[in-house]
Design a protein around this ligand. Structure first.
Ligand SMILES: [Zn+2]
Length: 92
């Protein structure tokens, strides 16, 4: 990960250990994933054995981990790192 955005200069590490807090956002995403999958499995698969819940939720969580990690860090930057969306730059 670069030290700052090559387009707008936004610092990607405003202070040491900045992303420690994104752990809590990751936790939130994961709890949401567990809850949604749990309810879906319960209704779509008619409440199967516990191992089915464990297997599906573990598999999906592992697959989603890179995505959740990046979104958590991005959210952390937007919430506490002073990052602002700017239409002029858009997706660079
Ligand atoms: Zn930028």
């Amino acid at each position: 990960m670069p030290a700052q955005c090559p387009v707008c200069g936004q610092s990607f590490e405003p202070e040491p250990g900045f992303y420690f807090g994104s752990m809590y956002i990751t936790f939130g995403f994961n709890v949401a994933t567990f809850l949604v999958l749990g309810v879906l499995i319960y209704y779509l698969l008619d409440n199967p054995d516990t191992w089915v819940y464990v297997a599906i939720i573990t598999g999906v969580t592992v697959v989603l981990t890179p995505l959740i990690l990046r979104y958590s860090r991005a959210l952390m930057l937007y919430l506490f790192g002073g990052a602002r969306y700017n239409k002029k730059w858009g997706r660079g």
